[in-house]
Design a protein around this ligand. Structure first.
Ligand code: SF4
Ligand code: SF4
Length: 703
């Protein structure tokens, strides 16, 4: 019977694995077919994987075709990673002004949407973009939300359980099109083709809080260094260029040079200081590096660069090491106040000698004064330029402008509730003896918490941790990327943090026993069935011991496939029924639903059967058991010899005959802690009580 059941589960799994998505990469002929007669498709540019699109003027068909837009695959331009950690590939057609003309999903690896229906959902989301442009602020709402759009704003309906995916698509559109618009004209020139009108890159694409000059200064986003004539003169004292400033003796305290420094690659700084053109220039030059703006003004600055023969040069260093940078003169469009005669320079620090803005750096201006009859004779004096917008200030500013910060802001109430629930769980587990003072009290705490885990954390907040989090993280790290893509899902981040802390203190039981929505669903179903008289069976010890290894084999297969057969990983992770049961509310293709229902049915007959024998995530957490610092379950000398009460009552079969707890298999249900202090169940306490009772047996009445 049991074998039959397992075979049925396996059959569902195989059928489910067969349902997959494939993808291809495009050639010019594909693009021509896709666009039909609307455009003449040029050859792919040699320096940018983009096809230029041309049209003939209907009234002057003999004229040269005019550049109208570009077509490209987003994965070649901006590979924004989705929930799986892999980029979503879109075929995008944009005009030269950044209006989206056509968008089609080419390929995705999102685990929730591997079926045809799921892929259709993502494709449907992407198809909302034609008609919008890089200038639109896009707000992604729920799947049923009413959509709207005007010249600046668009409300789109999202994808059920696919918030991270939808946001990744939005980011892909914005970043890929802005990058193409910034780089394609130059690439066209290099390609030898006629450069079209230089397109306007979206200049307001980064939403930042508008700040005035005073606010920028008070936040240290702009730092000012002022040098007086006396200071400058003192710096040249003892050189042959000393005394060149005749005014220094007359007005020593007069401002000689003022420097304003700003790290304009941070949008919060750059968008507030530079106009659209300036910001475009910065973005087009950054290429993963940083940009620093230095403005100088004041009478001596004028003189130095003027007829008396002087100049300014700059050096940049971090931790004592000089950094390479390019200097771009930029003299227009600054929103700087006050001194309109200031001269502005942009320093682009290349990514190959990276500037770490989270740490201090030293920027110095060197004033060079010429002396003597030959133009090559200089005296030099260096001045450090204060700039304190680094470290936590820069980090905080980057956070404020990041996608994930917005995601966290939007979900503040969910985050608050989850944090509250975790705090409550912490109290329950720390005060476990109070909570388990009676079986009833324990049930009154545990059942409502499991309900919250299932309905709140799982179905409402979509906070189901998954082996996909681990595989996508490993793949991302192995590919030389970081884990920032995880940050767009606050629930996942918070829960993983909670898991790491609880792993150190209590082991895997905290997550598996209390915080896993699918685990909670199994337990609630089992309890319900028990209430109507359907009881689960205990598996014989030898079999239980062997079956528990299955989950480690599943885990090893999944992790091994990351290297051995990467395309199989996304199929193997479907062994988890979480997405079907929790993320998609059982609304998925039948093989997935059958598998999830089968796992639940298994748990009716074998308590938490999926968790104990199959779950790769549970296996991964159990494998981390050595990190646990405390054996928190109280034991007595009589545990196991002779008392077997806890062992026989542990539904998870995680207590051995000798009374020892196997923490990697313990689900922290606290039942044994309740038994441990129950003088009607715990044998030593029962005996103790009996002894006490015997001691107070009244004397026989005298005959
Ligand atoms: S074993 Fe798997 S399904 Fe069960 S509670 Fe743990 S993570 Fe959740
Ligand atoms: S009864 Fe079993 S699963 Fe529950 S806390 Fe005790 S050892 Fe762990």
């Amino acid at each position: 019977m049991k074998n039959l059941f397992l075979r049925a589960l396996l059959g569902c799994l195989i059928a489910m694995l067969a349902a997959g998505a494939t993808a291809t990469s495009l050639r010019k002929v594909d693009v021509e077919q896709e666009l039909g007669a609307r455009y003449l498709v040029g050859d792919m540019l040699t320096t940018l994987p983009v096809w230029p699109l041309y049209q003939r003027d209907a009234e002057r068909p003999d004229d040269k075709p005019q550049l109208r837009g570009y077509a490209f695959e987003s994965i070649d331009i901006e590979p924004v990673r989705g929930y799986s950690g892999k980029p979503i590939n879109l075929f995008v057609v944009t005009d030269t002004e950044g209006n989206y003309l056509q968008v089609r999903l080419v390929e995705h690896r999102e685990p929730l949407f591997r079926s045809e229906g799921g892929t259709r959902k993502i494709a449907g989301f992407a198809e909302q973009y034609p008609g919008l442009s890089v200038r639109h602020h896009v707000d992604i709402r729920g799947p049923q939300a009413a959509t709207s759009r005007d010249a600046n704003q668009a409300v789109l309906h999202g994808v059920q359980a696919g918030t991270v995916t939808a946001r990744a698509i939005d980011k892909t559109m914005l970043q890929s099109v802005t990058t193409v618009l910034a780089l394609a004209p130059e690439a066209l020139e290099n390609h030898g083709a006629t450069a079209g009108k230089r397109a306007q890159r979206r200049a307001s694409d980064v939403e930042v809080r508008a700040l005035g000059w005073a606010q920028l200064q008070s936040r240290r986003m702009v730092d000012t260094t002022q040098l007086t004539r006396a200071q400058v003169e003192a710096a040249f004292k003892g050189t042959r260029a000393a005394g060149a400033d005749s005014e220094a003796a007359l007005r020593p305290d007069e401002l000689a040079i003022r420097f304003d420094v700003a790290l304009v690659s941070l949008p919060q700084v750059g968008r507030n200081l530079l106009d659209d053109k300036g910001w475009r220039l910065v973005e087009a030059n950054l290429r993963g590096g940083e940009a620093i703006l230095v403005s100088d003004s004041g009478p001596l600055s004028d003189l130095l660069r003027g007829a008396r023969g002087g100049s300014l040069s700059f050096t940049l260093a971090q931790d004592g090491k000089p950094l390479k940078f390019r200097q771009i003169g930029y003299d227009e469009g600054l929103k700087l106040p006050a001194d309109l005669r200031a001269r502005h320079r942009l320093f682009i620090v290349d990514a190959d000698t990276p500037l770490d803005v989270t740490r201090a750096f030293e920027l110095k201006a060197s004033l060079q004064r010429r002396y003597g009859p030959f133009p090559t004779m200089f005296a030099e004096a260096a001045f450090p330029l204060d700039y304190r917008f680094h470290g936590w200030r820069a980090t905080l500013s980057s956070w404020r402008d990041s996608d994930w910060f917005e995601a966290w802001q939007k979900r503040w109430w969910e985050i608050g509730l989850l944090a509250g629930a975790l705090a409550l769980l912490g109290v329950v587990l720390v005060r476990q003896r109070r909570v388990t003072a009676s079986a009833r009290r324990l049930r009154n705490v545990r059942v409502p918490f499991l309900l919250f885990t299932l309905v709140g954390i799982g179905w409402t907040f979509q906070g189901q941790l998954s082996i996909v989090n681990i595989t996508s993280s490993v793949e991302s790290l192995a590919g030389g990327n970081d884990l920032r893509f995880l940050l767009t899902d606050p629930m996942t981040v918070i829960l993983w943090l909670a898991v790491f802390v609880s792993l150190l203190v209590w082991g895997r039981g905290t997550f598996c026993g209390w915080l896993c929505p699918f685990g909670a669903l199994q337990e609630l179903v089992s309890r319900l069935m028990r209430a109507v008289g359907v009881r689960h069976r205990r598996i014989r010890h030898e079999w239980d011991r062997r079956l528990k290894w299955i989950k480690y084999v599943v885990l090893a297969a999944i992790v091994g496939s990351i290297w051995a057969a990467p395309s199989a990983t996304e199929i193997l992770v479907e062994v988890e029924p979480f997405k079907t049961a929790i993320s998609l509310y059982f609304m998925r293709d039948w093989p997935y639903v059958a598998w999830a229902v089968g796992c639940l049915a298994l748990s009716v007959f074998v308590y938490r059967g999926y968790c104990r024998y199959i779950c790769p995530l549970g296996a991964a957490l159990a494998a981390l058991n050595p990190l646990r610092r405390w054996g928190w379950i109280p034991r007595r000398d009589a545990c196991g010899q002779p008392c077997q009460t806890c062992r026989s009552r542990c539904d998870y079969q995680s207590i051995s005959k000798d009374g020892k707890v196997s923490y990697q298999e313990c689900f922290q249900c606290l039942d044994c802690v309740a038994i441990w202090q129950d003088d009607k169940q715990c044998l030593p306490l029962v005996q103790e009580k009996k002894r006490t009772v015997i001691a107070i047996v009244p004397h026989k009445e005298a005959a």
